[in-house]
Write a protein that binds this ligand. Structure first.
Ligand SMILES: Nc1ncnc2c1ncn2[C@@H]1O[C@H](COP(=O)(O)OP(=O)(O)O)[C@@H](O)[C@H]1O
Ligand SMILES: [Mg+2]
Length: 302
């Protein structure tokens, strides 16, 4: 890999003996050779010592473009943000076993869950609220909730009554069909159904989509309650204020990879954060869910 502006002679460097190359170019070659082995971990010893500012900037850009894991720490809310079609929903669906990975790994609490069956992942405590909510219109609210029972983790302490205590207006709709519910009620039912499985991590895809501001406020309050109870949440969201109001940490996704991660405060402070900032230094054994986003799903190669 040779970095440099146009006209800097990158092409001619390719044909020159290495011993004639500058120290900086040799460092670039070393990084290129290391990356060519498709490493899982890249160890770099003083990459920037004795190289010029433009080359440091090039290394910086390169490292920023490398994939990072999406790591959700236990007991935190993590927001996965990014434009449409970059793969956020695909990531969540892969985590809960709705999509198979052709490469990459997803672990939950130290156990590899990629390519496990969806009901097994659910029983381990991973619950999912899909963007499309997926309420059964022909079933009543109670039936929608009860159906989630067999997917519950053995230690689940959620039941229909606890869900209706949590969302009191669902209690008044128990005998109504799913098709009779408003968007707000459907979203609450979708979250309630996920809670029925006794999650240790809740994956929420676009929970605010299509909802009125007052309803968004209600959902926000409920998620705050869940967060305060210690539930780990991975949130995919287009509503930045909503996401940053809840999230401790944020990962930004661009074209099927994580391109930045940091705290919600970092993101608020700086719309172009430095590569060095972020939660890495504080990563500890309490990691809950780790997702290697790059090389997942087969179709995308670097
Ligand atoms: N890593 C990937 N490999 C192959 N296809 C992908 C990958 N990520 C996303 N896609 C495809 O791209 C499209 C958009 O992905 P999606 O996850 O719905 O994006 P988002 O939720 O960010 O809007 C989907 O059709 C999905 O199948
Ligand atoms: Mg999506």
């Amino acid at each position: 890999m040779i970095l440099g502006p146009n006209g800097a002679g990158k092409t001619t460097l390719l044909d020159r003996p290495v011993k004639a190359a500058s120290y900086g170019n040799r460092r670039q070659l070393e990084v290129g050779l290391a990356l060519a082995t498709r490493p899982k971990i890249l160890l770099m010893d003083e990459l920037t010592s004795a190289v010029g500012p433009s080359m440091i900037d090039g290394f910086h850009q390169l490292l920023l473009s490398l994939p990072q894991d999406l790591t959700v720490r236990a007991g935190t809310v993590h927001a996965l943000l990014g434009r449409n079609e970059v793969g956020k929903s695909t990531t969540l669906k892969s985590a809960i076993g709705h999509l198979a990975l052709s490469a990459g790994t997803i672990t939950f609490d130290g156990t590899v869950i990629s390519n496990c069956l969806a009901h097994d992942v659910s029983r381990m405590g991973v619950s999912y609220v899909p963007e499309t909510r997926d309420i059964f219109g022909a079933l009543t609210v109670r039936e929608n909730l009860v159906l989630a029972g067999p997917l519950a983790a053995p230690e689940s302490d959620w039941a229909v009554e606890r869900v209706t205590d949590f969302f009191p207006n669902l209690a008044r709709r128990m005998t109504h069909g799913g098709h009779e519910l408003s968007g707000c009620e459907q979203q609450k039912l979708a979250i309630g159904r996920a809670l029925m499985t006794g999650p240790r991590i809740l994956l929420l895809d676009e929970a605010t989509e299509g909802l009125a501001p007052i309803v968004i406020q209600q959902i926000f309050g409920k998620l705050k309650e869940l967060k305060a109870s210690g539930l780990t949440i991975l949130l995919v969201e287009q509503n930045l204020n909503f996401a940053l109001g809840l999230a401790d940490e944020v990962s930004l996704m661009s074209r099927d990879r994580i391109v930045w991660r940091g705290t919600a405060a970092d993101l608020r402070r700086d719309s172009r954060p430095d590569a060095g900032s972020g939660p890495d230094d504080r990563a500890d054994q309490s990691q809950c869910c780790r997702i290697h986003v790059l090389f997942t799903f087969g179709a995308v190669e670097t």
